[in-house]
Structures are given as structure tokens and as C-alpha cells.
Design a binder for this molecule. Structure first.
Ligand code: 13P
Length: 251
């Protein structure tokens, strides 16, 4: 079974609504014929209209960047999986390191968010990855293993098989420093092994594991060429249509 190849853009808190629509239109205009699943992770405000712009392209999907764990209620300022689903988004980025760091999202909370996303029939893109400090202490494998165990491995195999994993070493995010293809491959192989040990080799072989952290046109081909790298979660370079298209074309 071939794994899904995915290039997902994470726009983070960038682009006004108008700029976002322009970007989506530019991506659609330049979109190559490809078997890569393309996902646009836009700010919540942009999602519905970006969805309208890409809806005739079966290979382009939209993602929210976060959600609340509860279905609805008195949680001012939050968005629910039900809302995300209701505007046609199919994916939700969960546990991005920026959410973990700046919004104190713990593995326990993320496990609840993962449950909420799956319950709504949406697909979580579950982020994991270590800081430079942890890597320098050579504890990165242990750390990422714990993130997987506490955030994802409570799922039964059937539910887990829907999940997309993104490995994003924090030291490579927005820094221009990319993990080398060998470093990325080593961690992706390690993550796949954890999935195989928890579930089965069959489940692990079907799980798409994306790399994130300073992916750009110049390094995408080499990263995506690694056996266990099934695509990318792209921040900065997803904000420029040309760069994002080049990254998609790098497969
Ligand atoms: P950059 O590509 O800007 O390093 O961001 C990566 C990221 O955090 C994607 O989620």
C-alpha cells in the first residue's frame, strides 16, 4: 500500500482575508497535475472562502490550525470541530509546537482534541517534535515517543489509521535551519517504528509522516526523497504561491 503524499501549508497568523484569498487563487492557478494531496491550513476567518476557491480541485483541501476539545459551549473566542466541519474543512492541525509553547497545550489536552477531531469525522495532523535543548541532551527520541504515547496512542487502530503525523523539530521552525535529510529520515523511521510497535507494521506502513521546519523549494526534493518522509508541513514558504507550488512539484 502506498502512503498518501501530502504537502500542507500552515499559514499561521499571517495574511489578511483579502491577501489570503489572493494567495489561494494564485495557488489554484499554478497548481500542477499531481498525485500529492495539498492542504491549506489557513486562519479560521479565511477557511470558508479559501474552501470555495479550491473546491473544484479534488486534490486541494483545507485545514484549521486548532480547535477546542468540546463540541460547543461557553468558550469565548474558541472554534469547535463542528464549526470546522460545517464549512467543509477536512483537516485540523493539532499540537503545533507554537500552541504547546504559547498556549500551554499539554499532551493530555491534545489527546482530547484528537478525539474531538476524529469524532467529527475530520483528520488530525498531529504535530510532535523536540526543542534544541532536548536534542542537545540526546533525549529527542524519548521526548517524541512520549508525545505520541500521550497524545495519540490511546486511539484504537481503526481511529489511529486516519491520523497524519507531522514531525517538526522546534529548532528548525522559522529559523532557516532545516533538519538534514538524514536527521529527518532517522526521526521519521523512529516514529514509524513506534506506530508499528503500538499497532502493527501494516498500520505504520500506511501512516503519512510529514516533516516540518524550514521546508523550502531548495530542500524539499531531498527531504521528500527520504524513505519515511511522506511530505511536508510548510510554514513560511507556504505564504508565497511560487514557493509552495515548487515544493508540491518537488515530489
Ligand atoms: P517554517 O516552514 O516557517 O519553518 O514553519 C514550519 C511550521 O511550523 C509548519 O507548521
Amino acid at each position: 500500500m502506498k502512503r498518501k503524499k501530502i504537502v500542507a501549508g500552515n499559514w499561521k497568523m499571517n495574511k489578511t482575508f483579502q491577501e489570503g484569498i489572493q494567495l489561494a487563487d494564485a495557488i489554484v492557478t499554478q497548481m500542477p497535475l499531481t498525485d500529492v494531496t495539498v492542504i491549506l491550513g489557513t486562519p479560521a476567518i479565511h477557511l470558508k472562502e479559501v474552501g470555495n476557491r479550491v473546491k473544484y480541485f479534488s486534490g486541494i483541501h483545507i485545514a484549521a490550525q486548532n480547535c477546542h476539545a468540546e463540541k460547543r459551549g461557553a468558550f469565548t473566542g474558541e472554534i469547535s470541530t463542528e464549526m470546522i466541519d460545517s464549512i467543509g474543512a477536512e483537516y485540523v492541525i493539532i499540537g503545533h509546537s507554537e500552541r504547546r509553547e504559547y498556549f500551554q497545550e499539554t499532551n493530555d489536552l491534545l489527546a482530547k482534541k484528537v478525539d474531538a477531531v476524529l469524532k467529527q469525522g475530520l483528520i488530525p495532523i498531529f504535530c510532535c517534535g523536540e526543542s534544541l535543548e532536548i536534542r542537545e541532551k540526546n533525549k529527542h527520541k524519548k521526548y517524541v515517543k512520549k508525545q505520541l504515547q500521550e497524545g495519540l496512542f490511546h486511539l484504537k487502530a481503526k481511529k489511529f489509521s486516519k491520523v497524519v503525523i507531522a514531525y517538526e523539530p522546534i529548532w528548525a521552525i522559522g529559523t532557516g535551519v532545516t533538519a538534514s535529510p538524514e536527521q529527518a529520515q532517522e526521526m521519521h523511521k523512529f516514529i514509524r517504528k513506534q506506530v508499528a510497535d503500538q499497532y502493527s507494521k501494516k498500520v505504520a506502513d500506511k501512516t503519512s509522516i510529514l516533516y516540518g521546519g524550514s521546508v523550502k523549494p531548495a530542500n524539499a526534493k531531498e527531504l521528500f526523497g527520504q524513505a519515511d518522509v511522506d511530505g511536508g508541513l510548510v510554514g513560511g514558504a507556504s505564504l508565497k504561491a511560487n514557493d509552495f507550488i515548487e515544493i508540491i512539484s518537488a515530489f
